[in-house]
Write a new protein. Structure first.
Length: 163
């Protein structure tokens, strides 16, 4: 496969808050979280302070995938393009740090799925549905999101520690 280099989309800070502080910051910012997203956040590994991660946002079309791929096919294709999964902490931190997300956009995180109490595996989804702060969400997702226009977040490197 040709080695296309996807452009850097966003750099976010990790490790600045505990899980409880992340939940509180999401509440204080009036960002919604569903029950499962809140539950799996309790098990998110928090990076060391001063950690940054460079994110790449890609569509399924850019990954050269057809209609309705399953998550493993999406991850395999991303790896073939040199991309890596992001740590789960990116979900709540991206929601907090992506205040200018366009209305109607959904961004799925390419991450190791986390098992919830219901026995299903979930990933995080960051989306916006409206203009008010209360229209921005961190959601859980357990299916295989595919189809035209679906956006995913990956990284080239796992994490870097700021100087």
């Amino acid at each position: 496969m040709p080695r296309k280099r996807f452009p850097l989309w966003k750099v976010i800070e990790l490790g600045s808050m505990s899980t409880n502080e992340l939940k509180e910051a999401l509440r204080d910012s009036k960002f919604g979280t569903d029950r499962i997203a809140s539950e799996i956040m309790d098990r998110v590994h928090i990076s060391g302070a001063g950690t940054r991660i460079e994110l790449v946002k890609v569509s399924l079309e850019e990954l050269l995938l057809g209609n309705d791929p399953i998550r493993e096919q999406i991850y395999d294709s991303a790896r073939e393009w040199g991309l890596n999964l992001v740590p789960a902490e990116v979900g709540p931190q991206l929601r907090l740090q992506y205040s200018d997300q366009p209305d109607g956009e959904e961004v799925f995180l390419g991450m190791v799925p986390m098992c919830a109490r219901d026995g299903n595996d979930y990933i995080f989804l960051v989306d916006r549905d409206g203009e008010s702060p209360g229209s921005r969400f961190l959601r859980s997702y357990r299916g295989d999101p595919g189809g035209p226009g679906v956006l995913w977040v990956f990284t080239y490197q796992h994490v870097t520690v700021a100087d």
